[in-house]
Design a protein around this ligand. Structure first.
Ligand SMILES: O=C(O)C(=O)C[C@]1(C(=O)O)C=C[C@@H](O)C=C1
Length: 102
């Protein structure tokens, strides 16, 4: 590979690695918050999913994506993917809190 091309690829990949690390840290913080929401919902016997809240989040994220020149379809898919995992966690928490000793 041409030396200049290799240097440019390395520079871009360093940036990608930093962004991936930031995404992991941000997701970890998001899941910390949603675990607390899951416990709150379980304690108060609230349903794991809130479709109206999701509708507002998706509309907002799609708008943000458009202004950031990110594909809004991708942004919606990404949020739905995360929310599906969160709902799975909420359901697990609700299941556990219904067991004796919890
Ligand atoms: O805000 C809530 O009620 C949550 O449980 C969090 C969250 C989310 O991950 O943003 C997950 C599930 C709900 O359907 C809506 C939103």
């Amino acid at each position: 590979m041409d030396e200049a091309v290799r240097a440019e690829l390395t520079r871009l990949r360093e940036s990608i690695d930093n962004i991936d690390a930031a995404v992991v840290h941000m997701l970890a913080e998001r899941f910390k918050a949603t675990q607390q929401v899951g416990r709150l919902k379980a304690e108060h016997r609230l349903p794991p999913a809130d479709p109206e809240r999701e509708r507002r989040q998706i509309a907002r994220l799609r708008e943000l994506a458009v202004s950031a020149r990110l594909d809004p379809v991708f942004a919606e898919k990404f949020l739905n993917f995360i929310i599906a995992e969160v709902i799975r966690h909420h359901e697990a928490i609700a299941g556990d809190s219904g067991r004796p000793g919890n």
